[in-house]
Design a protein around this ligand. Structure first.
Ligand code: NAI
Length: 396
């Protein structure tokens, strides 16, 4: 079929297999170009199919020749209907890993469930014995709690008062005011259940009890802080409470891994266009201004550059893991640079529908968004008849 982008709100309903393959290949080439990283050799990535998780998997495999197991929740294709992009990304990743002689298997299902945890443990036992790095990179709007059976939905809301600020519809470029009503306690609690640290902790407990964590194993989850302009809806909002919980969980996991000399970290990453972040109001406007400035300064990074730097300059320096005073790894350091933030804050006040294409990088935002779904890559013939029925080779 001829596959074109079909946008609906902040999602795209179609994905291009060849474009997704190109995206994965570009990321692999980047990691290879930066040289070998003396990192973990057996790696489990939870949330491995898109965004930071995919980039982590690629960095482990092609930076450190690691065997990887990837867990994700993606939609396979049906005749005439494309898969979700993470499916095609994973298919391409496995093919490339195979060509490079690297072990790579994937599990498609709900990572919050006991069944998927057990399936993962069985796969580690059968194929790898143990893992020495666990990346936790889930971003989900909902979680079916495995113990209570309750379906929790997260909310992206401010706490304590209505938040009114600018936002942009990045498809039309229209800058407008948005008002978001404050969360009630239930919204906060639900968001913490979905995006906080409980499930990460459950994964680590399950892996440890099963004896599949190697001595000295490390686990890393991802967090975000961001600037003042997004604070009310992000770091001081419901999602921020979940991130506080996730960050606190790193300490309790480290405690529980003491006897195997294990360690849990949270890495604070840069704001980037992913399926998860485009759903958060205000963030797309912030990102388009930020991109413009960071690109002009020559310090812009995408997911793969961030993960390559996380591994090579933070996790595997051979000389300890540098953290901030709260024990967090920081790779949002360039985003949070005072000069960068000052410029964003002043552009923020100026931004209008009319001037955003000049003062912001709306084109860069759109292009990254299209790329998420495999569209807009050089060297891909989007007019060609394309087979949507692509398999992920390790999944029956
Ligand atoms: P993403 O949407 O690109 O990736 C989410 C991954 O989770 C995908 O692999 C998806 O298949 C998987 N997933 C979702 N629900 C699942 C489920 N029930 N079972 C199994 N897999 C499931 O998201 P992104 O942006 O890469 O986010 C990953 C982490 O990074 C999140 O914790 C996010 O808060 C954090 N982060 C994101 C930033 C951003 O600007 N995008 C900035 C800093 C941190």
């Amino acid at each position: 079929m001829i596959i074109e982008p079909r946008m609906r709100g902040f999602i795209c309903l179609t994905a291009h297999p060849t474009g997704c393959e190109q995206n994965v290949k570009n990321q692999i080439n980047y990691v290879k170009s930066k040289g070998h990283i003396e990192g973990a050799k057996k790696v489990l990535v939870i949330g491995a199919s898109t965004g930071f998780g995919l980039a982590s998997r690629i960095t482990s495999a092609f930076g450190s020749d690691a065997a990887t197991i990837g867990v994700f929740f993606e939609k396979p294709p049906m005749e005439g209907k494309t898969a979700s992009p993470g499916w095609y990304n994973s298919a391409a990743f496995e093919n490339e890993a195979q060509k490079a002689g690297l072990y790579a298997k994937s599990i498609n299902g709900d990572a919050f469930s006991n069944e998927i945890k057990q399936q993962t443990i069985d796969m580690i036992k059968a194929d790898l014995g143990q893992v020495d790095l666990v990346i936790y990179s889930l971003a989900s709007p909902a979680r079916l709690h495995p113990t209570t059976g309750v379906l929790h939905r997260s909310a992206l809301k401010p706490i304590g008062g209505t938040f009114t600020n600018k936002t942009v519809d990045f498809h039309t470029g229209n800058v407008s005011q948005i008002s978001i009503e404050p969360a009630v306690q239930e919204d906060i609690d639900n968001t913490v259940v979905v995006m906080g640290g409980e499930d990460w902790s459950m994964w680590m407990d399950a892996l440890k009890s099963a004896g599949v964590l190697a001595n000295g194993a490390t686990t890393v989850a991802y967090s975000y802080i961001g600037p003042e302009v997004t604070e009310a809806v992000y770091r001081k909002g419901t999602i921020g409470r979940a991130k506080d919980h996730l960050e606190a969980t790193a300490f309790s996991i480290t405690d529980s891994l003491k006897d195997i000399d294990g360690k849990a970290y949270v890495s604070v990453n840069k704001a980037l266009v992913t399926q998860a972040s485009s759903a958060i109001p205000v963030i797309p406007l912030y990102i388009s201004l930020l991109y413009k400035i960071m690109k002009a300064e020559g310090i812009h990074e995408g997911c793969i550059e961030q993960m390559q730097r996380l591994y090579s300059e933070r996790l595997y320096t051979g000389n300890g893991v540098p953290t901030d005073d709260k024990g967090r790894i920081r790779i949002d350091d360039w985003e949070m640079r005072a000069d960068v933030q000052e410029k964003v804050a002043s552009l923020w006040l100026e931004a209008t529908t009319e001037n955003l294409p000049q003062i912001g990088d709306l084109e860069g935002y759109r292009s990254d968004f299209h790329n998420l779904f495999g569209f807009g890559f050089e060297g891909v013939d989007y007019k060609a008849d394309t087979n949507e029925m692509v398999n992920v080779s390790s999944i029956e």
